[in-house]
Write a protein that binds this ligand. Structure first.
Ligand SMILES: [Zn+2]
Length: 132
């Protein structure tokens, strides 16, 4: 009896069930979670491509003259692609940065929300349809 009383008197395990109060922010974050993942994967792929192109550009041309003519043409084409790539990389990094600091989806010019349709079509858009 006495022993049982002693056990009953022990304070209940006071596990505090803290309600998670960050739920709203969680939801907001996860809205662009998938997109951030997609953009990160895209960024890695773009950087890979850029590195391959830069490697090609860095390698000196073959001494063989016939090869040289072909390589030169290729390099010129690659240099053009590189600019596009560089812009894509910058835009993608920019979009990821905006997801992180919470300004993603907001027009950089007028501050209006950029429509989801527009963001879907152009995930790196920084301007709303009216300002673009
Ligand atoms: Zn705008």
């Amino acid at each position: 009896m006495r022993r049982k009383d002693a056990i009953t008197d022990l304070p209940e395990k006071s596990i505090e069930m803290r309600p998670r109060r960050i739920r709203k922010e969680d939801t907001r974050m996860s809205k662009y979670d998938e997109l951030a993942k997609t953009l990160k994967a895209k960024l890695a792929e773009l950087i890979d491509r850029a590195e391959i192109i830069e490697d090609d550009l860095r390698h000196p041309l073959d001494a063989d003259s016939e090869e040289q003519a072909v390589d030169l043409a290729d390099d010129e084409a690659l240099a053009g692609v590189d600019d596009v790539l560089r812009k894509e990389i910058a835009d993608t990094r920019n979009a990821l940065g905006r997801i992180e600091n919470g300004t993603y989806g907001t027009c950089a010019n007028c501050g209006a929300e950029i429509s989801e349709n527009r963001l879907e079509a152009l995930p790196t858009a920084t301007l709303c349809i009216n300002c673009a």
